[in-house]
Design a protein. Structure first.
Length: 429
């Protein structure tokens, strides 16, 4: 074994996904010393982009929103010229055997054929309903607030499809904490929904980059490479009189503060000795496994893609239209598995490809060729009752979790949390 050396640093960051790299960037701006240790041989975590047979594919997030924290990074890194803004922002739901446009504005809501007039009128009754209860499911809340038709045809497919989950198994306190805050602020959910609808949906455009979403973490890595160690897995976090030591196979890094950004199972192993109760709780968190099947097809539909209503008899959860969003040469990404059918992810590539292509042709009326099959066995947080275990997670002083299980998932949320934590650590330093 190589001789170990002890290297004094201020903040030790475990993981070079988007959270760890964004945290490093903002610590650097705050003139706080840090080191980032990553087990993999490339940065980005679940954000992966690359080419297969010349086609640009995404194996993680298919796009991101240019919110203020994202925009700040793009500006800092000089990436403006590489940004691609999504084209037509229409989103669809496959319901009753046809693609139907999901409404995100007042005009669209009035014209959508996803809902009958009775279903649309049910929405207006929402201010008269009781406030959200933390222990009720997302399905119950949506149905109670907006009516059964709105839930089954619109909110269920969109919300469930986003997480690869089943709203019937997702308690509000874990899955919709932000919605509860909105209701407390406005007194109802209809008012903020109307405000967004009157603004035409969201003010933050959907974007990618010329060579895919991974451009963002790769550029962050390039900017701070001198403080990022790839292929350097942390084997243990050990407390000392002056702070902590991050052990790796080759070196030990002495730090004052530790930030763990790794998936729950990895974090549990890492913290087993330092925080055994928290580690045991993290081991119990459920994630939804996903299969991503990339297809090549010729279609003339514009928009982001579609989600599938639960009772349509399809295995497809949703499809991202990379072709029309970012001009990706007829590329479409099909999502399978999730909470509804986790065992499907374990089928062989040929089976998954056949299911994806067959169901795509049924919905889009276009033949498709399979480009690639990939799996995310710990894809999206399930936000089910297993997440009650987070009540048992307590970190020692100076150890922080910055992850999709302590805050929200999604690239903008990860960057926002990283910036806030960097500001806090800078004040502590």
């Amino acid at each position: 074994m190589p001789e170990r050396s002890l290297r004094p640093m201020t903040v030790g960051i475990v993981g070079a996904g988007i959270t760890g790299l964004a945290l490093a960037h903002h610590l650097d701006k705050g003139e706080v010393e840090y080191v980032v240790l990553e087990a993999d041989d490339e940065p980005g975590g679940v954000i992966r982009s690359g080419r297969v047979n010349g086609y640009l594919l995404e194996w993680g997030p298919q796009r991101l929103r240019r919110t203020n924290p994202v925009d700040e990074l793009i500006t800092d890194l000089g990436l403006d010229d590489e940004v691609i803004e999504a084209g037509d922002t229409k989103l669809f739901v496959y319901a009753n055997g046809a693609l139907r446009r999901a409404p995100f504005s007042i005009e669209e809501f009035g014209h959508t054929d996803l809902l009958s007039w009775r279903g649309k009128l049910d929405v207006l009754k929402e201010p008269q309903t009781a406030p959200a209860e933390p222990d009720e499911t997302a399905a119950k809340l949506f149905t109670r607030k907006f009516g059964e038709e709105v839930y089954e045809n619109l909110l269920g497919p969109l919300f469930g499809g986003t997480y690869g989950s089943e709203p019937e198994r997702m308690p509000v306190e874990h899955a919709l904490s932000g919605v509860m805050k909105l209701e407390q602020k406005y007194g109802s959910l209809l008012e903020p929904a109307l405000k967004r609808a009157m603004a035409g949906g969201t003010s933050a455009p959907a974007i990618s980059f010329e060579e895919g979403v991974q451009t963002l973490p790769e550029t962050l890595y390039d900017a701070h490479a001198e403080n990022v160690r790839l292929e350097t897995p942390v084997t243990e976090v050990r407390e000392t009189e002056d702070g902590y030591v991050l052990e790796t196979d080759a070196e030990e890094f002495a730090v004052n503060e530790v930030v763990v950004t790794t998936p729950a199972a990895v974090s549990a192993d890492l913290l087993a000795t330092l925080a055994p109760t928290a580690a045991s709780a993290l081991e119990r968190l459920n994630y939804n496994p996903l299969a991503l099947v990339h297809l090549r097809a010729d279609c003339d539909r514009d928009g982001f893609g579609y989600q599938v209503r639960n009772d349509e008899g399809l295995d497809t959860l949703g499809v991202s239209w990379n072709a029309s969003m970012f001009g990706r040469d007829g590329v479409y990404t099909v999502f399978l598995g999730g909470m509804r059918n986790p065992e499907l992810v374990e089928e062989d590539d040929e089976t998954l490809g056949s299911i994806a292509a067959t169901e795509f042709e049924k919905v889009m009326d276009a033949e498709a060729d399979v480009l690639n099959v990939a799996r995310l066995r710990r894809g999206f947080p399930a936000y089910d009752t297993s997440w009650d275990a987070l009540d048992e997670v307590r970190m020692p002083e100076g150890v922080h979790l910055a992850t999709n299980y302590t805050a929200r998932m999604g690239v903008p949320s990860r960057i926002r949390e990283a910036r806030q934590l960097a500001e806090s650590l800078a004040n502590r330093a």
